[in-house]
Design a protein around this ligand. Structure first.
Ligand SMILES: [Zn+2]
Length: 263
C-alpha cells in the first residue's frame, strides 16, 4: 500500500461530506420546489413551529443524532427521511467517484444523481416530477456529452428522443387500453433526461429495470392489501432506480449479455 493518498483517494474521502451537504440541500429542494417556495430564502426553518434552525442544528446526519430526531424548540419529530436522503446522496457520490474517478463525466453524474434523488422523493410525496428539475438537465447533459463524448452526442440525442417517445407511447397505450392515466409528462422528461446522460442503451435498460421493479412492487403491495388496484403508484422513483442500476451495472450487464449470445 502506498504511503500517500492518490487524487482518487482524496476525492473518495471528500465525496462523503460533499454528498451529505448536497443531500441536506436536496431535502430543502424536496420540500420547497413542489410548494413553489424559493430554495435560497429564507434559511432553514422547522416545518412545525416555523422557528429558524441554527447552523449547528443543521449539520447533515450529526444534528439528527444529537437532537435525537427532534426540533430543539418545539420537540416535533424530524422525519427520518432527512438523514436518509443525506446518507443516500453521500453513498451515491462515493460510488460515483470509486467507479468513474475524478473526471468531467463524474461531475456531470453527481448533478444527474442529485436530480434523481430530488425527483424520487418529490414524486413519492406529490406524484409530480417538476419540470424545473428535468428540463434544465437535458441541455446540461447534451453539453456534457459534447465535452466528454461519454455517451457520444449521437447516443445522447437518440437516448432523449427514444426515451421521451417510449414513455409517450406507453402512456397513450395505457390510456386507450385501461382507460386510465399511467405516466405523465414528467415521466417523458425524466426518461429523456436519463437518455441524455446515459445514452440510448443504458436508457433502455433503465426503463426495463423500472418496469420490472415497478410491476413486482405493485403486485406485492396489492397482494398484501397495502394498496388497491385503483391506487396510483408514481413511476418516477422506479425510473430513477433503473437509471442508478444501469449507470453502475449496465455496461457490465450489456457486455455479459452480448458475450452470452456470442457477439
Ligand atoms: Zn420546531
Amino acid at each position: 500500500m502506498p504511503g500517500y493518498l492518490s487524487l482518487e483517494g482524496i476525492a473518495a474521502i471528500a465525496s462523503v461530506p460533499l454528498g451529505l451537504a448536497v443531500g441536506s440541500f436536496l431535502n430543502v429542494c424536496i420540500w420547497r420546489i413542489p410548494r413553489d417556495e424559493s430554495i435560497a430564502f429564507p434559511g432553514s426553518h422547522c416545518p412545525q413551529c416555523n422557528g429558524p434552525i441554527a447552523w449547528y442544528d443543521n449539520i447533515p446526519l450529526l444534528s439528527f443524532v444529537w437532537l435525537a430526531g427532534r426540533c430543539r424548540r418545539c420537540k416535533a419529530a424530524i422525519g427520518w427521511r432527512y438523514p436518509l436522503v443525506e446518507g443516500l446522496t453521500a453513498g451515491l457520490f462515493l460510488l460515483t467517484i470509486l467507479q468513474f474517478g475524478v473526471t468531467v463525466r463524474t461531475a456531470l453524474l453527481l448533478l444527474f444523481l442529485s436530480a434523481l434523488v430530488a425527483i424520487t422523493f418529490i414524486d413519492l410525496d406529490h406524484k409530480i416530477i417538476p419540470h424545473l428539475l428535468t428540463l434544465p438537465a437535458i441541455p446540461i447533459g447534451l453539453i456534457g456529452s459534447l465535452l466528454t463524448h461519454n455517451p457520444p452526442p449521437r447516443d445522447a440525442v437518440t437516448g432523449a428522443l427514444i426515451g421521451a417517445g417510449l414513455v409517450y407511447l406507453v402512456a397513450v397505450y395505457a390510456e386507450v387500453a385501461f382507460q386510465r392515466e399511467s405516466m405523465g409528462g414528467g415521466d417523458v422528461n425524466l426518461l429523456a433526461m436519463i437518455g441524455v446522460f446515459l445514452g440510448w442503451r443504458l436508457m433502455l435498460l433503465s426503463f426495463g429495470v423500472a418496469v420490472v421493479a415497478g410491476a413486482c412492487l405493485s403486485l406485492a403491495l396489492i397482494a398484501s392489501g397495502v394498496l388497491s388496484r385503483k391506487d396510483q403508484i408514481p413511476f418516477g422513483p422506479f425510473l430513477a432506480l433503473g437509471a442508478v442500476v444501469a449507470l453502475f451495472f449496465g455496461d457490465a450487464a450489456i457486455d455479459w449479455y452480448f458475450g452470452l449470445i456470442g457477439w
